[in-house]
Design a protein around this ligand. Structure first.
Ligand SMILES: [Zn+2]
Length: 81
C-alpha cells in the first residue's frame, strides 16, 4: 500500500520524536525516505506458518544510498492502515 504524503511526514516526525538515528545501519550514510506499508509474508506459528493469520502492518524506511530497508510497526506510530 502506497503511503500518502501526510503519512510520510507523520513517520518522519515520529522518527525524530523517538530519537531514531538518521544514519543507515548498513552503510552509515544519512538520508532516508519512507516507502510503502507492507505486511510480513508469513507469520511464524511454532514450527510452521499460518496463511491469513494475524499480521502486523509495517512501514518501510529506505536508505537513499544503499537501499537498506528498515521496518516499523504502524501500530507504534499510530498510523492507521
Ligand atoms: Zn544505507
Amino acid at each position: 500500500m502506497s503511503l500518502h504524503e501526510s503519512k510520510k511526514q507523520q513517520l518522519l516526525n515520529w522518527l525524530q520524536a523517538k530519537g531514531v538515528r538518521d544514519d543507515c545501519p548498513a552503510c552509515g550514510a544519512t538520508g532516508r525516505h519512507p516507502g510503502d506499508i507492507v505486511a510480513p509474508p508469513t507469520t511464524p506459528d511454532g514450527g510452521g506458518t499460518v496463511v491469513g493469520g494475524p499480521n502486523f502492518p509495517l512501514v518501510q524506511l529506505i536508505c537513499q544510498n544503499c537501499g537498506y530497508v528498515m521496518h516499523f510497526a504502524t501500530t507504534s506510530i499510530q498510523m492507521p492502515t
